[in-house]
Structure formats: structure tokens, C-alpha cells
Design a protein around this ligand. Structure first.
Ligand code: 5AD
Ligand code: SF4
Length: 472
């Protein structure tokens, strides 16, 4: 029987990838995707717990389904991902019409659990019981069977794909819920990663982004041999169809010289390096239990800049962490000015139940102060991004054309000409006019204008010799 799935995904790239795999596994059982709730007989929410705001959004979306489920009791509603693992039964309490709660380490069970609900009714929950050894193995087995399933229609574009190389996180930053929701850190076997990359290449992917919570901490030990992220990059670089390799997110302490060397030596590897600093104050870093000082971070940046002079470095910051004074916030602002990140993702601290910070520290910075610091830091970062982008004016960059821009409209007078968007190898967004057939190509684009987050340009046509120009 033909089934129709509606799936909504929030959160990080890991979640986007998980949704791709869930869709692939359900397609194998005859499901098709629909963008309309009313059309669907199965509704899945892939959720995020990193900040309260994303959880609130999911609970409101569930709230809107209360009446709908009364009218359609036969339709199955499932909540998967980090919020499922974190809230567990609380989801059934807050939304008793939810049928299914499945954590990120149990996603391979989803098809069977949906069938059970359909056959027998009742609610089903599949989550990890804790970070014990048993759950490590269970999560690993889940990913072994699950990660090879791929669905090109669920990718950012047909030529870009994510590839998980690492599961979970062991860093236990005091503010962060991820070590609880995604379990212990485990590197996936290099041969599995290589096989998956080849499949993606055969499916037409030009760009692969390797994913891990602390992707550069990746290690895989087999007998005498240890494979690091740098080793993986050298091996992946050999796949002819793959033109670009990226990896996120990096942990500052594991930005090792072998990795920086790989980034410099391998032309397909992007020198876009996302290395979250989180704060510019040693006291706050210590309270966050980040495991480095600001001096360590500076030393890392210096090594990085020396090894990869053209690197585009980006960062994450949390403002208003427990006890953060004005002076400590100013240290963060200073760090942003000093490091001149390509961009920064800035977040207001959000207390998360189950974390050490929630247990031991008071969330004492008023919301208005967090908001002010957020706006201030964003303004500083925007100014830097704008200034640095201006250096590109007049230069030619290589752009992987992703598709029509969000505001693209077909201009009647130009026939098929569209506003297209794409990215440079260093993850800079470039918008330009072009024919739809350019989508999926890597092209030279000359930049003629910039904003803090976007560059505007035109496709460089074939080089024309000045003599030829004159005769035209
Ligand atoms: N509150 C605010 N931001 C958070 N992040 C992680 N946990 C929290 C939290 N409790 C941010 C960090 C991390 C990014 C993915 O989300 O900056 O790098
Ligand atoms: Fe969270 Fe820290 Fe792990 Fe990143 S490194 S996922 S911030 S615990």
C-alpha cells in the first residue's frame, strides 16, 4: 500500500542527514514524500534540543496537530532526534496523541515501529538508556545499518551531500545537551566512510561535507593502525568525481598540524574551517569546561593562519553564559575583532536540563543583557565580514552553482535567465544571473559587489583576447 510521509527537520546538519536516512528507509517500504500535512498518513518531526527555542517550536507544531489527530486518529505522528532522547516520556505527557518517540541512536527502528503502531495501536518509545557501553554498541549498530541508506532527494542539492564520520560527543561542555542526546563519541570505520563516499560520488555528488560533533577529534583504531581525519581526507581526495571536501565542526584543541597540512596540500579540501571559540574569557571557558584557554585558542589560530594563509575561519559564541560580566563579554568582542572570522554564529545562553551548567550554575544574566550582547557581537562580526568581503571585489572566484536564489524570479525579457546562488570552496555565498543549465557546475564568477554575507557577481565568459575584442 502506498504511504505518504510528511517530515519536518530542525537543527543542525546531522539532523538533515538523519532525515535523509529515515526517508531512504521508508522509501524502501513504499513511502513517498509529501509537502502537505493533509495529504500525509505519517508525520515525523526531527527535533533539536540545543536551545530551548527549538524545542518550543516543536512543541507548538505538535500542539497544532492536537485537533488534526482527533479528526484523523489513523494517522501516525512521530517525534525523532535529540528532543526525543532528552524529553522521552515528557513528549507523550505534553502531546498524548504522539504515537512514536525515537532517539537519534535508534532511527533504524522507525519503519518497524510505525508498522507496529498501525497494526496494534498504542505508543512506542525507542531511546538510549544512558551512556553505558550497551548503548554505545546499540547506537553503533544502528548507524552501521542506517548510514549507508541514502536519498538524493533529501540533500541540500543533488550535488552536495553530508557524510557522518563520527557519532556522539565526549567533550561534555557544561552548557551542552549533545553528549546526552547523541551518546558517546565513536569514529566510524574508514572503509565504511570511503564506500559511502563512492556511492555519493556515483549518485552525482561533487561536494561532500564530513560531519561530526567534534569532527577533527575523529580517530579510528584497528589493530596497530589509527586513522585520523587527515588520513581520511587523503583517501577521500582520490575519488575522481568528488571535487570538494568540507568538514564541520572542529574542536579547537584538536586542530592538529597533520590536519592543517592536509588542508593546505589537498586542493579539493576546503579551507573553510569552523572552529568554535564560544567565549573570549578564560574564566568563562573554564566554567564552560571547554578544555582550552584563550591563549591556546590564539596559538591555534596562529598555527592555522601560518599553515593555511587563505583559510576562512568561522566560530560559534555563546553570550550571557552563567555569571558572564560585561568585562568578560568585552573579551569575547575583542577576540572577534582580533581573529576576524569569516562569520560567527552567535547564541544567547539557554539553560538545558541535564547539563552540568543547569545543575551547578545560575542562569543569572537577564534576557535583555543577553540580547544586547548578541546584537553587539553580531554588529561587530557583520562589520568585519563586510570589510573582508570587499577585498573580493574585482576578483574571480570558483562557484559551485546550487540553484535559483531564494528571491529568484524569471525575468521575462531575459527568457530563461535566473538569479542563481552558489558557494565558493571557502563557503562564501555568491549570487549572480545565469541560465538554469549552469546549476550543478563549478564556474568562474567575477565579484562586483558584496554585503556582509553575500557576494554579487557575473559568470566569466570564455577569455577573449584583446585583439579579438578589437576586431569585433
Ligand atoms: N545555549 C546556547 N547555545 C548553545 N550551544 C550549544 N549549547 C547551547 C546552549 N545551551 C551553541 C554552541 C555550539 C552551537 C552548535 O550551539 O555555540 O557550538
Ligand atoms: Fe556540545 Fe561541547 Fe560536544 Fe560541541 S564539543 S557537541 S558544544 S559538548
Amino acid at each position: 500500500m502506498l504511504r505518504k510521509l510528511y517530515i519536518e527537520t530542525v537543527g543542525c546538519q546531522m539532523n538533515v542527514l538523519d532525515s535523509e536516512m529515515v526517508v531512504a528507509s521508508l522509501r524502501q517500504r513504499g513511502y513517498t514524500l509529501t509537502g502537505s500535512l493533509d495529504d500525509a498518513d505519517t508525520i515525523l518531526f526531527n527535533t533539536c534540543s540545543v536551545r530551548e527555542q527549538s524545542e518550543n517550536k516543536t512543541y507548538s507544531a505538535l500542539g497544532r496537530l492536537r485537533q488534526w489527530k482527533l479528526r484523523h486518529p489513523e494517522k501516525v505522528i512521530g517525534v525523532m532526534g535529540c528532543m526525543a532522547q532528552k524529553d522521552q516520556k515528557l513528549i507523550f505527557e505534553r502531546a498524548p496523541y504522539v504515537d512514536l518517540v525515537v532517539g537519534p541512536g535508534q532511527l533504524q527502528q522507525i519503519p518497524e515501529l510505525i508498522e507496529q503502531v498501525r497494526r496494534e495501536g498504542g505508543q512506542r518509545m525507542a531511546i538510549s538508556l544512558g551512556r553505558r557501553d550497551g548503548s554505545t554498541d546499540e547506537i553503533r549498530r544502528s548507524h552501521e545499518s542506517f548510514d549507508p541508506l541514502r536519498d538524493p532527494s533529501m540533500r541540500p542539492t543533488p550535488f552536495q551531500a553530508y557524510l557522518r564520520i563520527q557519532i556522539g560527543c565526549d567533550k561534555f561542555c557544561t552548557y551542552c545537551v549533545v553528549p546526552m542526546t547523541r551518546g558517546p563519541e565513536q569514529g566510524r570505520p574508514p572503509d565504511d566512510i570511503l564506500a559511502e563516499a563512492r556511492t555519493l560520488a556515483d549518485q552525482g555528488c561533487l561536494e561532500i561535507t564530513l560531519l561530526g560533533q567534534t569532527v577533527n577529534s575523529y580517530r579510528y583504531r584497528e589493530a596497530e593502525r589509527t586513522t585520523r581525519l587527515s588520513d581520511l581526507l587523503y583517501r577521500l581526495h582520490e575519488i575522481p568525481q568528488i571535487r570538494r571536501l568540507k568538514f564541520v565542526t572542529n574542536y579547537p584543541k584538536d586542530m592538529t598540524d597533520d590536519l592543517l597540512r592536509a588542508v593546505r596540500e589537498l586542493p579539493k579540501v576546503s579551507s573553510y574551517l569552523h572552529v568554535p571559540a564560544q567565549s573570549g574569557s578564560n574564566r568563562i571557558l573554564e566554567r564552560m569546561k571547554r578544555g582550552y584557554t584563550i591563549e591556546d585558542y590564539r596559538e591555534m589560530m596562529q598555527r592555522l593562519r601560518e599553515a593555511v594563509p587563505n583559510a576562512a575561519v568561522s566560530s560559534d559564541f555563546i553570550v550571557g553564559f552563567c555569571g558572564e560580566t560585561d568585562a568578560e563579554y568585552e573579551l569575547t568582542a575583542e577576540l572577534v575583532k582580533e581573529c576576524r572570522f569569516k562569520n560567527s554564529f552567535i547564541f544567547k545562553y539557554s539553560e538545558r536540563a541535564g547539563t552540568k551548567a543547569a545543575e551547578r550554575m545560575e542562569d543569572d544574566i537577564p534576557h535583555e543583557v543577553k540580547q544586547w550582547r548578541n546584537n553587539d557581537l553580531l554588529a561587530i562580526q557583520n562589520r568585519i565580514s563586510f570589510e573582508d568581503n570587499q577585498k573580493f571585489i574585482g576578483q574571480v572566484v570558483e562557484v559551485l552553482v546550487e540553484g535559483p536564489s531564494k528571491t529568484a524570479s524569471r525575468r521575462e525579457s531575459d527568457g530563461e535567465l535566473l538569479q542563481l546562488t552558489g558557494r565558493t570552496l571557502c563557503d562564501r555565498i555568491v549570487v549572480f544571473d545565469g541560465m538554469p543549465r549552469l546549476i550543478g557546475q563549478i564556474l568562474p564568477v567575477v565579484i562586483y559587489d558584496v554585503s556582509p554575507h553575500t557576494m554579487f557577481g557575473g559568470v566569466v565568459m570564455e577569455q577573449v583576447e584583446p585583439a579579438a575584442l578589437l576586431s569585433l
